[in-house]
Every structure is written in structure tokens, then in C-alpha cells.
Design a protein around this ligand. Structure first.
Ligand SMILES: [Fe+2]
Ligand SMILES: [Fe+2]
Length: 298
């Protein structure tokens, strides 16, 4: 039984667990190798191919994804080197990251983790849809950022499960007036966003994806790609508005001003009309892109 401590000491305990990066929610070594190789300037396509081919399961999945309806290539992609050429370094990196993230969601089978998975997947799809709608350069990082934005909640559910359950019970209490975020600070002294950001940094994830996780509720603090963070922030709101949320918390339906400013730089006349359009597309897109992820989950 976890004893209730002060928020300050729980925060310290969480930071201590996070500092033992080897023990926590570890990623497969190959993902680390892919991250190293794709972030190095001196890497060639053959270096990446060699790493991918060393893992038969990953190879099979990359080929399955490359040939899925999601990409819609007419010609069959039959080798890893072909997949690297047609999809590019970035996309291959993002596929590998997405797969590693899915592993994290698979560890638990609780109702909350199922809902969190649905929410994270929907936010990934919505982020990609918004980026496309705003005519941003297509990049798989939008999907990965959406999938990972709430990874701090996976950590809380896995490492402090009793405390997390107590928080969820408090959320459901009709007398409770506090938002999920306020409860998080009261119980842990740290937010899931800060935990997630620290986690991704310790995994050496690209800084723009770590920023998404750290600042999706506070997009004005984003340093690396504020428009990307703004897209995830908006995606999170759209999904919550649609009821695709792991919590009953309806705390935020207004888009952060700075995030909206970022979106306006991309599409000057973006308004509630566009939000309604995006909301109307959301379920269709979730259905369409589930084929992409079902390949990973097999
Ligand atoms: Fe969040
Ligand atoms: Fe979220």
C-alpha cells in the first residue's frame, strides 16, 4: 500500500525514479540505435538499412507498414533499403518510435490504459490531420508527438498505481471541484507533462517531440517547433471535446492564445468554422488511419 506523502516528497520520489532511466519504461535497444543513426549528420541510408535488417520483426513490420493502404504505394516495397528510399529517414525513424510507444501502452490492460490508448491514438490522428489541413510539410513526427503527448500518465499509472487510482477516484467524486491538472499537482507535486518531457529527454528523443510532451498544456513555452506543439494542443482539445478522453475532465475547451497565433501564421483566417470542419473529419480519419496502427499491433 502506497502511503500518502506530501506533494514535495512525492515529486522528489518521481524525479528519483526518472533518474534511474535504465529501469523505467525502457525502449528496445534498436530504437535507440535508430535514433542515434537518424540524428547523425554523417549517416548514409545503408547504415540505417543495416540496423533495421538486424531485427527481423522490425523488418517485417516496416515492410508491412510500407505496403499498407495508409501509404498507398502502387509498387510493392519488398526490401528495407527500398522502404528507406521511398519513405525517407524521418518516416522510418517515426515508424520505429511509434512501434516502441505502442509497446508502452500494451503493458497494462486496465480500463484507464485502454482509454488512454484510444485518446493518444485519436490525438495522433488529429495532429496529423491538422498539420495536413494547415498545409504543413508532411512528417511522421506529428503522429508520434500525438501518440506520446500524455506518456507521463502511463508512467504515473505504472509507477505509482495506487496513488493514481486515488486521483481517478477523486476525479469521479461529485463533490470534487478541482481539475485533473490541479489534482495532479496536489497528489504528486508534478504534472504528467513534465514527467513525460523528462522521460523523452532521457530516452534522447528528438527535442521537438519532447517539447510536445512537456508543453502540450502550455504551448507558449515551446522552444523547438511551436507550431507542432500548437497542433498537438489543438488536437488534444478536439479529441476531448469529442469525448475521446481517458478522464471526465472537461477543463479546457479554449485554445491557448499563443497556439492560435502559431496556427494563424500558417493559415491567417483560421476560425471556429475550421474547428467545426476538423471535428467533423475526426472520426473518419481515425477509422482510416487505424489500418496504419493495426499493422504495428499484430
Ligand atoms: Fe495531457
Ligand atoms: Fe491528452
Amino acid at each position: 500500500m502506497e502511503k500518502i506523502s506530501s506533494p514535495e516528497s512525492t515529486r522528489q520520489r518521481i524525479l528519483e525514479i526518472l533518474s534511474r532511466t535504465k529501469d523505467i519504461l525502457t525502449l528496445p535497444t534498436i530504437v535507440q540505435e535508430i535514433l542515434d543513426v537518424t540524428s547523425s549528420k554523417n549517416t548514409s541510408a545503408s547504415d540505417l538499412t543495416k540496423i533495421l535488417e538486424s531485427d527481423p520483426v522490425l523488418t517485417a513490420k516496416i515492410l508491412a507498414v510500407s505496403n499498407s493502404a495508409y501509404y498507398g504505394f502502387v509498387k510493392k516495397v519488398s526490401t528495407v533499403s527500398h522502404a528507406v528510399v521511398v519513405l525517407g529517414f524521418q518516416e522510418i525513424q517515426n515508424i520505429a518510435l511509434s512501434m516502441s510507444v505502442l509497446k508502452l501502452f500494451d503493458r497494462r490492460g486496465s480500463e484507464f490504459s485502454d482509454k488512454l490508448w484510444r485518446h493518444s491514438f485519436a490525438v495522433a490522428v488529429a495532429t496529423r490531420m491538422i498539420a495536413d489541413y494547415l498545409k504543413m510539410r508532411m512528417d511522421g513526427k506529428y503522429f508520434v508527438g500525438g501518440l506520446l503527448h500524455d506518456v507521463g500518465k502511463i508512467f504515473l499509472g505504472q509507477y505509482l498505481p495506487e496513488l493514481f487510482n486515488r486521483l481517478l477516484v477523486s476525479m469521479d467524486d461529485p463533490k470534487n471541484k478541482l481539475t485533473y491538472h490541479a489534482l495532479e499537482l496536489r497528489f504528486y507535486g508534478i504534472s504528467h507533462a513534465e514527467i513525460g518531457g523528462r522521460l523523452l529527454k532521457s530516452w534522447m528523443f528528438p527535442p521537438d517531440i519532447a517539447d510536445v510532451t512537456s508543453f502540450h498544456h502550455d504551448p507558449s513555452k515551446a522552444e523547438n517547433d511551436p507550431l507542432f506543439v500548437a497542433c498537438v494542443h489543438l488536437a488534444d482539445i478536439l479529441c476531448t471535446f469529442k469525448g475521446i478522453s481517458p478522464l471526465k475532465d472537461q477543463y479546457f475547451f479554449s485554445v491557448d492564445k499563443e497556439a492560435l497565433g502559431q496556427i494563424h501564421c500558417q493559415k491567417a483566417d483560421f476560425s471556429t468554422k475550421d474547428m467545426h470542419f476538423l471535428l467533423s473529419r475526426l472520426e473518419i480519419e481515425i477509422e482510416r488511419q487505424s489500418s496504419f496502427v493495426s499493422v504495428f499491433r499484430r
